[in-house]
Design a protein around this ligand. Structure first.
Ligand code: C6P
Length: 409
């Protein structure tokens, strides 16, 4: 069941920024793959927390600090429930997906991989899921293997199987590509990866906000998402890792909070999750993530997915009818992210002109330069939708795109 028009209007009233004007027109925010807007419940939680409840965590014997610790622990439990992790200890607070993947590269790959071992990624990954692995390869002599995509932007499982071998130690793929919107067949990829004896990392930056994630059912070894892409604050994200892997990994950063005992001769480390959370955490941001997850749960993933599918179908049809426009990425399993180019027009010019109609879209390589290279283009314009977007906003975008074509072609 999808969201009806009055439900979408009610949702929009929860997001104060959506009622503002932009360049004299109602704001049409279509850059949700970059970051999402915040509901009033998140904004007010941050406000109240800073006004009335803020204190450090873990260290205080005083009530204010103990409450702050309790609030963060409650959000950890909420994240556990949200991902259906077995234990709250499997939830590590990080800054976002970028830090989550760097943590795995530093704590797992650097410790356990050796020269000749292989790390497998796809051809359309975000730089955050390329560069940390590349660094490991440079340092350890491991080899980066890349699963190609076809002209629609889909991975072929046959190609994937050919790459897997007993040398494969880590497979790291996005749940959903931010550059093209492709939904990778992660369930099958995880199963095949485990058969090869590898650990599987899922970059959930574009996944967690748009479909239910059950890490036990998926059986992935690691999964990460960023708070700011799921209607929560910036500066906080979640890395899920299986307990047995977290136990044997090295810490990522060293300092306060992550220790058990420190002497000048030797330091022993705390158990996960604190072992991976050196320093004062992003206390208020963690607290603000709680109502963001509640908000998504309240709407429900069934309705979110159905409504976003409607937006995708309608926007795909209308965008592809605009003269000179070509959609890049036509996977059969796709999220509501549409990358496109217009012949002889630079994507930045599209973005600038569309902005004059109040519509915000992203232009550029979307931190996925190899994906752009695969399609022989330097950049795209990208419209990405979520549950608060209106079908009318698609029409405003289309009107603006016609105008771009008339003015610049
Ligand atoms: N993509 C986009 O506009 P951070 O910045 O750590 O929260 O997330 C990084 C990241 C990792 N993987 C994927 C699939 C992503 O989409 C992103 C962030 C933004 O597409 C910014 S480039």
């Amino acid at each position: 069941m999808s969201l009806n028009a009055s439900e979408v209007q009610a949702i929009r009233r929860d997001f104060p920024i959506l009622s503002r004007m932009m360049n004299g027109r109602p704001l049409g925010y279509l850059d949700n793959a970059a970051t999402t807007q915040k509901p009033i419940s998140v904004i007010e939680r941050l406000n109240t927390f800073y006004r009335e409840q803020y204190a450090t965590v873990h260290r205080g014997v005083y009530t204010l600090s103990q409450n702050s610790t309790w609030e963060c622990d409650e959000v950890r439990k909420k994240c556990q429930k949200f991902l259906n992790a077995r234990q709250a200890e499997e939830i590590i607070f990080v800054r976002g997906v970028t830090e989550g993947i760097n943590l795995i590269a530093a704590g797992y790959a650097r410790k356990f991989l050796k020269a000749g071992d292989e790390i497998v990624i796809s051809e359309i990954e975000h730089h955050a899921n390329i560069v940390p692995w590349q660094r490991v390869c440079e340092e350890k002599g491991t080899v980066l293997k890349v699963i190609p995509v076809n002209d629609r932007g889909e991975i072929s499982l046959e190609e994937y199987k050919k790459i897997l071998s007993s040398r494969t130690k880590i497979i790291s793929v996005a749940h959903i590509s931010n550059a093209l919107g492709t939904i990778h067949p992660i369930r099958e990829m995880i199963r095949l990866g485990h058969n090869a004896g590898a650990v599987v990392v899922i970059d959930g930056a574009q996944g967690a906000a748009h479909q239910r994630t059950d890490v036990q059912e998926l059986d992935c070894d690691f999964y990460c998402f960023s708070g700011h892409k799921i209607y929560g604050p910036t500066g906080v994200g979640v890395l899920y890792g299986k307990r047995e892997l977290l136990e044997k990994m090295d810490p990522y950063q060293f300092g306060g909070e992550m220790i058990e005992r420190v002497t000048f001769e030797k330091t022993t480390f705390a158990k996960p999750p604190l072992k991976f959370e050196a320093g004062t955490p992003a206390i208020a941001q963690i607290v603000g993530l709680g109502p963001a997850l509640d908000y998504v749960e309240k709407i429900g993933f069934e309705k979110i997915a159905a409504y976003e599918k409607e937006l995708l179908t309608e926007a795909t049809k209308k965008i592809s009818q605009v003269k000179g426009v070509r959609i890049i990425g036509q996977a059969s399993e796709k999220a509501a992210i549409i990358s496109f180019v217009m012949e002889d027009v630079h994507p930045h010019d599209i973005g600038t002109i569309v902005d004059q109609s109040g519509v915000a879209i992203r232009t550029g390589h979307h931190c996925a330069q190899p994906a752009m290279r695969r399609f022989g283009i330097p950049a795209t314009a990208r419209a990405s939708f979520t549950f608060y977007n209106l079908k009318e906003e698609i029409d405003v975008l289309i009107g603006a795109l016609h105008h771009v074509y008339e003015v610049l072609k």
